[in-house]
Design a protein around this ligand. Structure first.
Ligand SMILES: Nc1ncnc2c1ncn2[C@@H]1O[C@H](COP(=O)(O)OP(=O)(O)O)[C@@H](O)[C@H]1O
Ligand SMILES: [Mg+2]
Length: 357
């Protein structure tokens, strides 16, 4: 048995058989598991997600069952239960904008979820590629509107099933080769509209997580996913994630950043982002339907350029803010010895860091 080191559990080797499927190769590994490309008995390509939380289990190369140290068993089982829940909930939903679950089963003392294999890339990869081209716009407004219209149709069905996604971000929106967006990774989704089990407070992703996700007693609802959709639209306009909600509560730079988009995108689209990303949950669209109506509105697409004096004021505002944030950073570092532990190191672990300005 391997020593209790920090090394990641090994993925299943190519050609391993599991539940009648043959593993072809690993596609990705995250904190909670591994996603494989595999072949079904009739030769169809599928994506299989294996529950394998890196912080709780060990697995040596060539082994199939993970080894769970006794002190981590309770947590492992709790996670297993919610992973199973993810599969069960998703299996009830059939919508072209939501990844299809074909099967899920237990084997090797863990759980596997079989999904339709998608050819394409995540929206995050598209955003990063587009921003490297250094154009004024990341995506055209019409592209953004139709992309999010498709996503919202899927999200509406998710909400109708009394589920919330709770981790909507460009990395969890897959764009297929025939240009269809598909919501993936419902790992954080729970039947939270009915009951809120405090043990399952989901993990949050800086920039995309609504302010209530940081609060112990935060009331989640469709508005929580809607905040994340607003943040995704923002990233699709600017190429970068917005400031984290906790930072915004301290000093909100979003209005200034959105002003910079005036004249580039319509006033209406900018207002939609501002509406979705209101810090006060009750000030956001309360349902996907509300938002769809506004996003689909073809009228009133006005473009108002900034006046020279507005541009100057923005510039001065930024200079002041930058000085303040430099000072604050130095203070935070000296006070805590290090900057926030959970956030990924910009540019190192995090492939999609926030813009530095
Ligand atoms: N159905 C699928 N088809 C193809 N690739 C997939 C599929 N599901 C996930 N992937 C790939 O695996 C990655 C991680 O999947 P995801 O469900 O987001 O899990 P997590 O982020 O928890 O590791 C995705 O970014 C994508 O590249
Ligand atoms: Mg993901």
């Amino acid at each position: 048995m391997s020593s209790p080191s920090k090394s990641k559990p090994a993925p299943l080797a190519p050609d391993t058989q599991v539940g009648g499927y043959r593993i072809v190769r690993r596609l990705a590994s995250g904190g909670f598991g591994v996603v494989y490309l595999a072949l079904s008995p009739d030769g169809q390509r599928v994506a299989i997600k294996e529950y394998l939380p890196a912080s709780l289990v060990e697995r040596a190369p060539g082994e199939s069952a993970p080894v769970v140290p006794p002190d981590k068993l309770a947590l492992y089982r709790l996670g297993l239960k919610s992973f199973f829940e993810e599969g069960r909930s998703l299996a009830q939903i059939s919508h072209p904008s939501v990844v299809s679950v074909l099967n899920f089963f237990r084997e090797n003392e863990t759980v596997y979820m079989v999904m339709n294999y998608l050819d394409g890339a995540s929206l995050q990869e598209f955003v990063i590629t587009a921003r490297e081209l250094k154009r004024k716009k990341i995506f055209r407004e019409s592209t953004i509107r139709s992309l999010y219209d498709d996503i919202l149709q899927g999200l509406r069905v998710v909400h109708q099933h009394k589920m919330l996604h709770l981790d909507i971000k460009p990395a969890n929106i897959f764009i297929t080769d025939d240009n269809k967006p598909i919501l993936i990774d419902f790992g954080a989704a729970r039947e939270v509209l009915n009951q809120q089990d405090k043990r399952f407070r989901p993990m949050y992703t800086p920039g995309f997580a609504a302010p209530e996700m940081y609060k112990r007693e935060g009331a989640f609802g469709p508005w929580t996913d809607i905040y994340a959709v607003g943040a995704c639209i923002y990233a699709s306009m600017t190429g970068y994630p917005p400031y984290e909600a906790t930072q915004r509560m301290d000093k909100d730079r979003l209005p200034a950043q959105l002003s910079k988009l005036r004249g580039v995108y319509s006033d209406n689209l900018i207002e939609i982002v501002e509406w979705c990303m209101a810090l006060d949950a009750m000030a956001r669209p309360q349902s996907v339907f509300n938002l769809q109506r506004e996003l689909g509105a073809e009228d009133a697409r006005r473009y108002t350029n900034l006046t020279l004096s507005e541009k100057l004021r923005l510039h001065i505002d930024e200079l002041v803010n930058d000085t303040k944030s430099q000072v604050k950073k130095v203070r935070d570092v000296t006070r805590f010895g290090a900057v926030v532990q959970n956030s990924p190191q910009p540019g190192r672990d995090d492939p999609f860091p926030r813009e530095r300005n």
